[in-house]
Design a protein around this ligand. Structure first.
Ligand SMILES: [Cu+2]
Length: 155
């Protein structure tokens, strides 16, 4: 009897025991290609929270850079400026996009030159100490908030 129950529990765990990592999913991760010698790059991705509870991204790790920071862009004195932020909140059943001109992961002090197509390992750390490994390809990324864009949109 006991054995039956434990087998049953094991089966149920297999069906319903959603692993912790399944709550957070990352879509379209990428690292911005930068010319050799340039010490700074950025990573972008969509953070999709499938769970009921909010997740808070508090830290990002990568051996590609000596410092990895969470940044946002804000308007200050009519200019877009980058600000370091402590965390990114992903509410339950929603997604947050890290993208050029918005929230992004800043890679400061690159340890090597990048190549388009190479895969970069990034680890996301959440407030509940869960960690999520992400593999992001290096890609050419267009700047969405360049000066020419601002000029175009100004009436
Ligand atoms: Cu930045």
């Amino acid at each position: 009897m006991t054995k039956t129950i434990s087998v049953l529990l094991a089966v149920l765990a297999g069906i319903f025991g959603v692993p912790a990592w399944a709550q957070m999913q990352v879509h379209d991760p990428m690292v911005r290609m930068v010319p050799p010698g340039q010490p700074i790059s950025a990573a972008f991705m969509i953070l999709h929270n499938h769970g009921m509870e909010e997740k808070i991204l508090v830290k990002v790790h990568s051996d590609l850079a000596s410092a990895v920071e969470l940044h946002n862009h804000i308007m200050a004195d009519g200019m877009m400026k980058m600000r370091r932020i402590d965390s990114v909140v992903i509410p339950g059943h929603s997604q947050v996009e890290l993208k050029p001109g918005g929230l992004h992961i800043m890679l400061i002090g690159l340890s090597r030159n990048l190549q388009v197509g190479e895969q970069v390992s990034i680890e996301l750390e959440f407030a509940d100490s869960e960690r999520l490994a992400v593999t992001a390809p290096v890609q050419m990324v267009k700047e969405r908030h360049s000066h020419s864009d601002h000029t175009k949109h100004t009436d």
